[in-house]
Design a protein around this ligand. Structure first.
Ligand code: PAF
Length: 279
């Protein structure tokens, strides 16, 4: 396993790999969800490249950039064990040599300002700005993104199309804890009581998924919002959307999904679940 900290080292190691290579971009603090992305990548491509970079341009001024969990040694041990070809671990200076405010950015209209983009107005601009840099430097044939960040993977696919990038995006299913909570590096922020409360999110999504055909889904969503809020979860949004466009819809379709974001204490959690009906 090669570890690169600079773009030039990364390019050198990348050139030495022949054949298909999948990129798995991460912000570190790796957990089973990330390892599942890597395993999936390995089933699609001969080589795997994992990037670990806590990207400052996707955090807002009052968000958790400083406190975001960083665990370099543990991450490297896990990557060694699962087996990847290259780990890219750049510094902020390496990625944004002229500072984050002077760096060229990718603007994501409309879809980048819905849902998470409403509460985090520059989030997707920051995500696309780093992901495009990683694509250009690692030249992957494939890239793997988790479905937990459903809006993120949808926006990355749009960027691939809009910018004529020849990269196959692999969408990986959500990995959950035994009690249903979607795995996330931010789960570490939760106290024991908050961690317990967090399972309510999964329960709400499952209830919505089981809503009988032809019932009023808008009312069912509203009921779950009230329930979550009553339990102490501050709901940012709970919305039924059409996959692809992320257009808000009022009735399930064969391709619809319910998206959630909310806060438990100061911790922002997201999750989603397919909610489809075929009649
Ligand atoms: O999903 C994440 O961890 C990040 O948004 C990503 C894609 C690594 C970009 O920094």
């Amino acid at each position: 396993m090669k570890i690169a900290e600079t773009f030039s080292d990364l390019s050198k190691h990348r050139l030495a790999l022949s054949g298909e290579a999948a990129l798995i971009p991460t912000m570190g603090a790796l957990h089973e969800g990330h390892l599942a992305l890597i395993r999936l990548a390995k089933s699609h491509a001969k080589h795997t490249i994992v990037s670990i970079f806590v990207n400052p341009t996707q955090f807002g001024p009052n968000e958790d950039f400083e406190s975001y969990p960083r665990s370099r040694t543990k991450d490297l041990m896990q990557l060694e064990k699962v087996g990847v070809d290259i780990v890219f671990f750049p510094t902020t200076q390496e990625v944004y040599p002229n500072g984050i405010h002077e760096a060229t950015r990718i603007y994501v209209p409309t879809i980048g300002h819905l849902y998470c983009g409403k509460s985090r107005p520059t989030f997707f601009e920051g995500v696309c700005s780093i992901v495009l840099r990683l694509f250009l430097i690692t030249k992957p044939t494939h890239a793997v993104f988790g479905e937990k960040d459903f809006q993120q993977v949808t926006i990355i696919k749009k960027m691939i199309t809009d910018l004529y990038l020849n990269i196959k995006i692999i969408q990986a299913p959500i990995v959950r804890e035994d009690d249903g909570l979607a795995m996330s590096s931010r789960n570490q922020y939760l106290s024991e009581a908050e961690r317990q409360l967090a399972t309510e999110i999964y329960k709400a999504l499952i209830k919505l998924q089981k809503t009988p055909q032809n019932s009023n889904i808008a009312a069912a969503i509203q009921k779950e919002v009230c329930e979550l809020e009553r339990n102490g979860i501050r709901v940012d949004y709970l919305s039924l959307v059409e996959e692809g466009s992320l257009r808000k819809i009022t009735k399930p379709t064969p391709n619809s999904r319910v998206l959630f974001a909310g806060y438990i204490g100061k911790t922002r959690l997201i999750d989603n679940m397919p909610l489809t009906q075929t009649d």
